[in-house]
Ligand binder design. Structure first.
Ligand code: PLP
Length: 394
């Protein structure tokens, strides 16, 4: 009849959307809200990449391409993965998709059967559990907190692995915590994963935004892990190309082949001109961006640590801070009770005009996510406002 599918009805609306909608409504009324809820870098796409796209349009490179992406781009991605990550792939082990989110969706639909379990350490990027559910799977959430640097332990993983486990998702550097797994930590996880009959999905989209530590792809540890790992990466974060919609998966031939068939019946190839831009972008990563993000992280971290009720772990990657606000919960601001981090974010928006995302959607209700992908001036104003707000909490 005239009703939506159970699948569509089951999708949880993004918990960040209400804050986002409210922020936009306030901005459109002319209110000076500082938006620290953004998930995209504030610098420009490398101009060389943009010019390559303009050239592609001028040259008429505006038609369907191979579903998996043009050979030129897949070969360039292969070279990147070899040089930067120590991973060796063939072109039929690469699938370029319409953003890393699309890559992940292809993976879930390709691997997950009804009732299959996918292990997801929390705090997690909001999209992972929803995609697993859309594919008919069951997300198995492993909680982590500041005590382990927001990292899952081998013991936790071992306990969660079972006959129904289809895959484990790792995201280093992490959105929302900024946690980065060290080589030794990955080795310890790999020891548990090696005998397990499941895939590893390694979302490495923030790999280049990393401060003083080394990014290690779990797939690079040894041949056994390599053969069961799907490496996901993209252009959005490292190259500020969120609007171009370009991401990719590298992994076992049979999985990539099935994902490519799926993609051939849904989106077909990613946009031809975006692919041409991607080829060039990979030659133009700007290391100044890392320095800028690092300086902002240091600034905001110092300010937050100087504020009452808040504690904040030092993130080593991405562009988020994930302060713990549990000591604020139960407090009052001008007669209004701050009972949850959701409520805290509402009040910060309404009363302090700073927009942040509550941790509930990331599986971490004691935290809030702050993006520092905004100018230093805006960060300074936001910190002043937060500090003034907290000064009135009783
Ligand atoms: N993975 C993580 C952890 C992210 O935070 C994001 C974007 O927010 C993505 C993947 C998807 O990025 P895109 O689809 O723009 O490539």
């Amino acid at each position: 009849g005239l009703s939506l599918s159970a699948r569509a009805r089951g999708i949880a609306p993004s918990p960040t959307l209400s804050i986002d909608a409210k922020t936009k409504a306030m901005v459109s009324r002319g209110e000076q809200v500082i938006n620290l809820s953004v998930g995209e870098p504030d610098f420009q796409t490398p101009p060389e990449a943009s010019l390559a796209a303009v050239g592609a349009i001028a040259a008429g490179f505006t038609k369907y391409t191979a579903v998996a992406g043009i050979m030129e781009l897949r070969r360039r991605i292969i070279r990147k993965l070899e040089q930067e990550n120590g991973l060796r792939y063939e072109p039929d082990e690469i699938l370029v998709s319409v953003g890393a989110k699309h890559s992940l969706f292809n993976i879930m639909l390709t691997l997950v059967d009804l009732g299959d379990e996918v292990i997801i350490p929390a705090p997690y990027w909001v999209t992972y559990p929803e995609q697993v559910r859309l594919a008919g799977g069951v997300p198995v959430i492993l909680p982590t907190d500041e005590s382990t640097g927001f990292k899952v332990t081998p013991g936790q993983l071992k306990e969660a692995l079972g006959p129904k486990t289809k895959a484990v998702i790792l995201n280093s550097p992490s959105n929302p915590t900024g946690a980065v797994y060290r080589r030794a930590e990955l080795e310890a996880l790999a020891e548990v994963l090696r005998p397990a009959d499941c895939y590893v999905i390694s979302d490495e989209i923030y790999e280049k935004l990393i401060y003083g530590v080394e990014h290690v792809s779990i797939a690079s540890l040894d041949e056994e892990i390599f053969r069961k790992t799907l490496v996901v990466n993209g252009f959005s974060k490292a190259f500020s190309m969120t609007g171009w919609r370009l991401g990719y998966t590298a992994g076992p031939k049979d999985v990539i082949k099935a994902m490519t068939s799926l993609q051939s019946q849904s989106t077909s190839n990613p946009t031809s001109i975006a692919q041409k831009a991607g080829v060039v972008a990979l030659d133009h990563f700007d290391p100044d961006v890392v320095e800028e993000f690092r300086a902002r992280r240091d600034y905001v971290l110092e300010r937050l640590r100087g504020m009452p009720y808040i504690s904040c772990a030092e993130p080593e990657g991405a562009f988020y801070l994930f302060p713990n606000v549990s000591r604020l919960l139960g407090g009052r601001y001008r007669g209004q009770t701050i009972d949850t981090s959701d409520r805290l974010c509402e009040l910060l928006l309404e009363e302090a005009r700073v927009s942040l995302v509550p941790g509930s959607g990331f599986g971490a209700p004691n935290n809030i996510r702050l993006s520092y992908a905004v100018s230093r001036v805006d960060l300074e104003i936001a910190m002043e406002r937060m500090e003034a707000f907290l000064g009135e909490v009783e």
